[in-house]
Design a protein around this ligand. Sequence first.
Ligand code: NAI
Length: 411
Amino acid sequence: MTQRNYSLAKEKIRILLLEGIQDSAVESFRKAGYSQVESVSSALPENELADRISDCHFLGIRSRTRLTASMLEKAGKLTGIGCFCIGTDQVDLAAARHQGIPVFNAPYANTRSVAELVLAETVMLMRGIPAKNAAAHRGRWQKTAKGSFEVRGKTLGIIGYGHIGSQLGILAEGLGMRVIYYDIVRKLPLGNAEPAESMNEVLENADVVSLHVPDTDATRGMIDAAEIHRMKQGAHLINASRGKVVSIPALASAIESDHLTGAAIDVFPSEPASKNEEFVSELRGCENVLLTPHIGGSTFEAQQNIALDVATKLVLYSDNGSTAGAVNFPEVTLPDHATARRIMHIHKNEPGVLQAINNVFSEAGINVAAQYLQTMPDVGYVVMDVETDDAGPVLRGLNDIPATIRTRYLR
Ligand code: NAI
């Protein structure tokens, strides 16, 4: 395990942003006094990434850059990672933690964008627009009111009543829909939404079922043939959550047999890695299914929110050590340290480490004005505000503790 000791001036801190992260992130860093910010419009090939990662202190990525354990081993100076997106699957989070690198993301910056798209899809599906649109492109004029319904008075069933699900419910009520929802956690209903006792109750009663659950062992394959069969004849299914929640073959077969009238799917069990790769799905050719390339949360406004949110978290971690919002790290929310010096110590969470840390301070005769500690089973993060102008002996002492992963010092 590498032990490092940082006390870098802001102008020496190098920040590399990949994959075309919005300019407002660059502006946030510059406004906070960081001048060495480079933004690259694409992901980097692996060999170039390995080269560049060894020399930067903060790295911003989106979903296409894979940070595996072996890639992170090359990141000798890396202090923090910002995933300028929602998911963090592209990073080996445990490996980052073991190297003392917190990873931040923006989990809720695109909530509204997803909710708006799903609402629009609900209207489109209830009017049979996807198939009519496809027919018109082929020169066929499907002018009919058959199978075309207003959403007013219809039932929207939401499975997963979190940030997106609950916001969708409010928007749908604005159009006069009845909203029912199911969540494994007891959730306060917003507006007139009605909680259901079970997922089956939602499936059996909704005209449109929309899924807004995370990717977990319990949700993977949660909507398979049996669940789809429980849905009302002629109902619609929307999935803009995670690709493995719905069995696509089962859905395709329910659409082909006319059990379901339509669907809108934004996420897939396997998605093309780039626009050059062909999108393959059993749903291709099902004209009453809206297929979108995982863009539920992809709007200008969401990108702006994400850029601001993640850049702010990275700046805060760099400036004051706060790890609030980190997905892989003990979370410490810290006050300003205007007068004191601040030492941040990341260590393997082993018995006796705290005592060893305190010994270093008492041997150096340095007073600790405040101490903040949070731990995870394998890693601990302790922050100490100290009253000294010469932290050198303490920093050396801390680095000599065998469990030390990294030490950082803020003047
Ligand atoms: P959230 O964490 O706020 O809400 C998820 C809800 O699902 C929670 O209330 C949770 O208790 C509930 N839940 C978990 N397991 C469940 C189960 N087995 N049955 C019923 N409910 C269950 O998450 P948020 O922000 O609302 O996002 C929902 C999903 O949307 C996530 O999977 C996220 O990755 C995805 N998403 C997709 C986007 C896209 O571009 N299509 C963009 C943003 C998010």
